[in-house]
Design a protein around this ligand. Sequence first.
Ligand code: HEM
Length: 146
Amino acid sequence: MEIILRYVHFISIFAIVGSLVSEHLLLKKEMTRHELGRLARIDAVYGIAALSLLAAGLTLWLASLGKPAVFYTKNWIFHTKLTCFILVGLLSIYPTVFFIKNRKGNPDELVKTPPLIFWMLRFELSLLFIVPLLAGLMAKGIGHSE
Ligand code: HEM
């Protein structure tokens, strides 16, 4: 069970990074509604992967499969990792709403992309760059306090 959950955890991370990198590469200052529809679909992959990552992570944490739940609960590095994950989720709200709202209508019509969308995606990717280091540290028990 633990191996399956770890597998889901990792596959979800690949899907999250893949979808956010794709979004960043496809993002342009001006896009047609058709292109925005494609970004909304890629963003849905991110959403599903974030949910499966969370489900696998919560189970690994709370079901005490490998290590007891308290091993993680009392670790500030683990909580920093969770905070980064939540921040990524919060930062993704505005781009998601923008893609969904603007995909409808004439597919050839051009829509201007707010510059903030570029920065939010870059910030999300930067946070994701740090999380595996935090994960490795907390898995070794670094940051744990009695
Ligand atoms: C972007 C989000 C996340 C990334 C990139 C990430 C990454 C990782 C990585 C790389 C590991 C393996 C660590 C190792 O064995 O050295 C891991 C394990 C784990 N993660 Fe995550 N994780 C994320 C989100 C979460 C969330 C949201 C939770 C809990 C709600 C969570 C809970 C766990 C637990 C409990 C383990 C097992 C650690 C151990 O082996 O002792 N993760 N994560």
